[in-house]
Write a protein that binds this ligand. Structure first.
Ligand code: SF4
Length: 765
């Protein structure tokens, strides 16, 4: 080094070289990451080796998070829509006043219960939902929904009936791992996903079973790959269950001890003609028998279903059949098997009974309190007297992500008022009467409630990396201002509670109980009150985390021994306080509960804490398979389109800048080699896709992982982006321009996006 060269820079004297801990927000794994920040740019991302769950693991997506944080289309001012569809900027006080007045007017004009709340968080920001709950409580909003009601309500209905709880597999330890309509190589779903998949593939004593319509990256690692005909999963699962009985492979003693209703289930499964259903599923009887024997011989079996079956025909039935399989081989509550788990905050309720309330307008079952996504727009358009009159949408993009985008756009025009809170001008914000700009997920404290770990469960509270972008506010502040403007919360209410919070959590708890008894809306406003009180006592930037004090108390009250076993000390409220303080202080995540496998049955919420196999609605649908076939195609629409496939550079719609994608920039339509030859199509050609709901043109990709008759489009495409201002440019196909809200599961109302009948025409050979 010469004396004229600058000395090496360190993070002590150059903040741009410091590493800041946070998580990736692009899927439910929320891997721990470390980031470098220069001014407001995320310049480097690497895995956080100290993170309690991910231990340094990331996939390729996390490295490109700056495309989210610094999207060129960030909103920086509240907006109001004019009659001609243009927007004007409002100052925050005016926006809060007008939104408050409009929402109160809906209640006073149409009566309570006509406002609908949609959203409340995505893959990285669930604190938002706690503040949305405060708004719902204060305004008496009972209609709500979110993306879970287009994916997971069928599963929740089944789990409610079978376990009264959510279950998850222990894939890191399972002898047999089954992936059903799931490609974890790209969609992840458990810690260190690709490492675990490679470990299973390299271990001769363990097996991986993949059941999918496409030969996915995970299928390439599998010991057993059953490539089903689209729509064939129910036939295959039924044939596997029938084989268990036919070959006397049931865990009979275990079933007798730990389940109820097994006689009815076994009677139903024993009726299945194995060879015929294998053929309908597109596999051979030998394949069915071989995989069944491997599953039955295993000490532990973990199964992961995902959108490949949850958005396809018989989705709720398949959710039941796969759980019946893991139960009938006795793989619940054993290391490496399925088990229920604790949650810091449950993202769902699992209390289904089969007698769910129904939507007063559409008649659809409201499972776990959520209106089916496919019925939201139908519950607004038209002239039903009970129809929804206002939409409050935050951290969600239903115009793009729900079936039949055109119908949802119409619904947004038909309500008296619509309000959207988001970080960018989404397809949904473009239809809203008011748009309120939120701070990004890296500009405030956040947490997610996805973790389903067992025996150790964890949670990771994040601190802001950056102050909110000028002009934006964290949702906590937006909701607090709305509550005050609407008159639900006053300075007089808050003063004694703030003083009590400064004296300590226990003094605050006593003061809050007294205040809420005298003025019940203060109880309904929970998260907002905690933000304004306990939030002021937390370290800088962490105020939005305050609702987790209540959640920590709840968890410690319900599972004191397991919270203590996870390393938190104290009795009663002191234990909850210790857990909360640990969450707020720790950037690597903390263990929240530590169980033993013997606890698994204690976590069930069924009346006798046994697994219930007797679900008559499922037996009726199973019997109906006899008269049906897997494919739902017609002469007009001979292909099955999977709309919304997860690929290496797709995420949900928060990644809007097309430049984030290193591969597959336009989101190609994949089709088989045989179909391509038949149509005279080559990779790179343009091809028109037509369904009953719409038409679109995509670039073609001839792909040997596809079977004839099956085509697929990725998720997260068709988003508008205008880096230079002006009209947004669209890249790729928005899948929901091609889907119909009527094409859905009869029980859960979840859409059949993975089985959309379609036809193809070559646009440019
Ligand atoms: S997208 Fe990749 S890095 Fe991000 S949370 Fe998921 S698995 Fe982790």
């Amino acid at each position: 080094m010469t004396t004229t060269e600058p000395a090496p820079t360190t993070s002590q004297d150059d903040p741009a070289l410091a590493w800041h801990k946070n998580v990736c927000i692009l899927c439910s794994n929320n891997c721990g990451v470390e980031m470098r920040i220069d001014e407001r740019e995320i310049t480097r991302v690497r895995g956080n080796k100290s993170h309690i769950a991910s231990k340094g693991y990331t996939c390729e997506k996390a490295l490109r998070l700056n495309h989210y944080q610094n999207a060129k289309t960030r909103l920086t001012s509240p907006l109001k829509r004019m009659e001609d569809g243009t927007y004007i900027e409002l100052d925050w006080d005016t926006a809060i006043a007008e939104v408050s007045e409009a929402l109160l007017a809906v209640n006073s004009t149409h009566g309570p219960g006509k406002i609908m709340y949609y959203g409340g968080g995505g893959q990285g920001n669930h604190l938002v939902g706690t503040y949305g709950a405060a708004l719902r409580g204060a305004l008496g909003i009972t209609r709500k929904s979110n993306a879970l009601a287009q994916e997971k309500t069928g599963e929740a209905w089944v789990e409610g009936r079978m376990y009264g709880a959510h279950t998850h597999g222990e894939f890191a330890d399972a002898e047999v791992s089954i992936f059903l309509g799931k490609n974890p190589w790209h969609s992840h779903g458990f810690d260190e996903t690709r490492r675990v998949l490679k470990e299973i593939a390299a271990d001769d004593s363990r097996s991986m079973v993949v059941i999918d319509v496409r030969r996915t990256e995970t299928a390439d690692l599998a010991d057993y790959f059953l490539q089903v005909t689209p729509g064939g999963d129910a036939f295959l699962m039924a044939a596997i269950l029938a084989t268990l009985i036919d070959e006397d492979l049931l865990a009979t003693d275990w079933i007798g001890e730990n389940t109820v209703g097994s006689d009815a289930a076994i009677a139903a499964f024993s009726q299945i003609p194995i060879a015929e259903y294998a053929t309908k599923a597109g596999v051979t009887e030998d394949e069915v028998r071989a995989v069944t024997r491997r599953i039955a011989a295993a000490k532990s079996v973990s199964i992961y279903e995902d959108l490949g079956i949850e958005m396809a025909p018989h989705s709720t039935l398949v959710s039941y059949l796969q759980r019946a399989l893991s139960t009938l081989v006795g793989s619940y509550g054993v290391p490496g098997g399925m088990t229920a788990h604790t949650s810091l905050v449950p993202i769902f309720s699992y209390g289904a009974t089969g007698k769910e309330p129904t939507d007063p307008v559409t008649g659809g079952a409201i499972i776990s309190g959520l209106i089916p996504c496919n019925e939201i727009a139908q519950g607004i358009t038209g002239d039903h007297p009970e129809r929804t009159r206002a939409l409050f949408i935050e951290s969600a993009n239903p115009v793009h992500s729900l079936a039949d985008s055109a119908l949802f756009r119409q619904a947004m025009r038909d309500v008296d008022v619509s309000v959207v809170i988001d970080v960018v001008m989404t397809e949904t914000a473009l239809e809203a009467d008011y748009v309120l700009p939120a701070a990004s997920q890296y500009e405030k404290a956040e947490i997610t409630f996805f973790s389903a770990g067992f025996p150790t469960n964890t949670a990771t509270m994040r601190a802001p990396l950056l102050p909110p972008l000028e002009g934006t506010l964290p949702e906590a502040e937006i909701h607090s201002r709305l509550a005050k403007e609407m008159g639900f919360l006053t300075d007089e209410d808050l003063e004694p509670l703030i003083a009590a919070a400064e004296r300590g959590y226990d003094e605050f708890a006593a003061a809050y109980m007294t205040a809420a008894a005298a003025k019940p809306v203060l109880g309904a406003l929970g998260a907002v009150v905690l933000y304004e009180t306990i939030g002021r006592t937390l370290p800088d930037g962490m105020a939005m985390a305050a609702p987790m004090w209540f959640s920590a108390q709840q968890l410690a009250m319900r599972f004191p021994d397991q919270v203590r076993a996870a390393g938190h000390a104290g009795e009663d409220s002191a234990l909850g306080n210790a857990l909360f303080d640990a969450l707020v202080a720790n950037r690597d995540g903390v263990a929240i509960t530590q169980h033993e496998h013997g606890d698994s049955f204690n976590l069930l919420r069924t009346p006798d804490q046994k697994i219930n196999l007797d679900i008559p609605e499922m037996f009726a649908e199973l019997a109906g398979l006899a008269d049906s076939t897997a494919l739902r195609t017609t002469d007009d629409f001979p292909f099955v389109l999977s709309a919304g496939e997860r690929r290496s550079f797709t995420a949900n719609t928060i990644m809007r800048d097309p430049a984030w994608r290193k591969k597959d920039p336009e989101g190609a339509l994949r089709l088989s080699v045989g179909d391509a030859q038949q149509l005279g199509v080559a990779t790179g050609d343009r091809i028109r896709i037509t369904t009953e709901a719409g038409t679109a043109v995509a670039v073609a990709e001839v792909n040997d992982s596809m079977q004839d008759g099956h085509i697929s489009l990725p998720n997260g495409l068709g988003l508008g982006y205008s880096p230079a201002g002006g009209e947004p440019e669209l890249t790729g196909v928005a899948p929901n321009e091609l889907t119909s809200a009527d094409w859905r599961d009869p029980i859960a109302g979840t859409p059949w996006h993975k089985h959309v009948p379609a036809r193809l025409e070559v646009v440019s050979p």
